[in-house]
Design a protein around this ligand. Structure first.
Ligand SMILES: O=C(O)C1=C[C@@H](OP(=O)(O)O)[C@@H](O)[C@H](O)C1
Ligand SMILES: C=C(OP(=O)(O)O)C(=O)O
Length: 425
């Protein structure tokens, strides 16, 4: 059966809206894991509720944590979390969530029982060998180099060298649990540059906020001391990467979108939207109501190395396809291993609407030209789906396949998009 098509709304006037976003996926899934590994009961407030966050909560429960929700809404929840001894015998569904498939196996290796991992069909194609090899080197038994696999601990920890150029999550995954390894861990990266550096800073900062000693003073080396992970009452920031399609709507329609609660300082890569969108012609302002982005309806092409903010690529590419000059995006070869091969998918779908995009070794070249309507395939990728929505604002007749896939990180996307277009009531 083919997936349903969502007629992407075309904007008839400049959008003027305030859009409140639920919690960050990346912060939520780190905070939940750290709470489940902590030295006592803790709380994670304003946690995201979405497919990826629910899969993380289920995984932690399966490994022995007690997770009690309160103040639940469709996309937000407060969790009270009581850690337990890590139990074996669990079967973990990782879905298509990079944070679950890379962050949970090191925790599973704390126990001495077998833990089985599997996920969506495409999850079996996402790179896993680097982190599974590292777990083996640190003392765990792991029976495969990709999903599905079984992990059996306990591991002792110690020193390991790996190549994290394929995903920062290999490194983050090891660091998040490492304080609970008998010897802690020293991880050395050897290889081309690691992408998504802000996500590594997020890992290090959140570990420190939970009382873990992390030494990252030497380039490409991280040392986590063995010791307790402190229980906390932790509040999650809004998801700034999920702000991207809404802020693009302000630019494409010549309107203004305000995001309340934009943090003054943050490790989220989405914060770099302030710079990227300004480079593409937006005016960006912190106001008492939040971060306000205004556009003129004209978008300028961009030359940008997006290595640090790789997850923003689909949205920036959609915006670039609507620009009045060419764009060149570099530094993102590794997003061929994201939810789908994002470089191939963006080229196919932009060109399917009459555009002119091509792949380079490590990115995309996009030469804008008039687009026409058609089906925009989403490949079970939330950010492909929202990229299609951005194009649909300016191009009548765009139909996005399976808009529900946005539930990976933003379950209410379609309603929020409609509300934004309707404007203040
Ligand atoms: O640690 C994280 O929360 C993430 C790290 C990044 O992964 P890559 O390093 O594979 O790009 C990012 O793209 C992903 O959306 C979330
Ligand atoms: C790459 C992404 O997700 P994941 O956490 O599954 O890697 C993303 O959200 O853009």
């Amino acid at each position: 059966m083919s997936a349903p098509l969502w007629p992407a709304p075309t904007a008839t006037e400049p959008v003027r809206a305030t859009v409140s976003l639920p919690g960050s996926k990346s912060v939520t899934n780190r905070a939940l894991l750290l709470a489940a590994l902590a030295d006592g009961p803790g709380t994670v407030r304003l946690a995201l509720r979405s497919r990826d966050a629910d899969l993380m909560a289920d995984a932690l429960r399966a490994l022995g944590a007690t997770m009690t929700p309160s103040n639940e809404s469709a996309s937000s929840v407060d969790w009270a979390i009581t850690p337990g001894p890590v139990t074996g015998g669990a079967r973990i569904d990782v879905g298509l969530a990079g944070t679950v498939m890379r962050f949970v196996p090191p925790m599973a290796a704390l126990g001495d029982g077998e833990v089985f991992f599997d996920g969506d069909p495409h999850a079996r194609k996402r790179p896993m060998g680097t982190i599974l090899g590292a777990l083996r080197a640190l003392g765990a038994d792991v029976d495969n180099d990709a999903l599905p696999f079984t992990v059996r601990g306990p591991l002792t920890g110690g020193e390991v060298t790996l190549d994290a150029s394929g995903s920062s999550q290999f490194l983050s995954g090891l660091l998040l649990t490492a304080a609970r390894f008998e010897k802690g861990v020293t991880v050395r990266h050897a290889g081309p540059p690691i992408p998504s550096q802000p996500h590594i800073q997020m890992t290090v900062q959140m570990l420190r906020e939970h009382g873990v000693r992390v030494d990252d003073s030497e380039p490409d080396v991280w040392r986590v001391e063995p010791g307790p992970i402190g229980a906390r009452d932790f509040t999650v920031e809004p998801d700034l990467s999920n702000a991207a399609p809404f802020l693009c709507a302000a630019m494409v329609t010549g309107g203004t979108v305000t995001i309340p609660g934009w943090p003054a300082a943050t490790t989220q890569p989405g914060d770099q939207l302030r710079r990227l969108l300004a480079d593409m012609g937006a005016s960006v302002e912190r106001t008492p109501g939040g971060l306000a982005v205004s556009g003129t309806g004209r978008v300028t092409g961009i030359e940008a190395d997006l290595r640090d903010v790789a997850e923003l690529t689909p949205t920036i590419a959609a915006l670039a396809a609507l620009a009045d000059s060419p764009s060149r995006i570099s530094g993102v070869a590794h997003i061929r291993g994201h939810e789908t091969d994002r470089l191939a998918a963006l080229v196919a779908e932009i060109n399917g609407l009459g555009g002119d995009a091509s792949e380079t070794d490590d990115g995309l070249e996009i030469r804008p030209r008039p687009l026409h309507g058609g089906v925009f395939h989403s490949y079970d990728d939330h950010r492909m789906a929202t990229a299609g929505a951005v194009l649909g604002l300016a191009v009548p007749g765009v139909q996005v396949e399976n808009i529900a896939t946005t539930g990976k990180t933003l379950p209410e996307f379609a309603t929020m998009w409609a509300d934004m277009l309707e404007g203040p009531r």
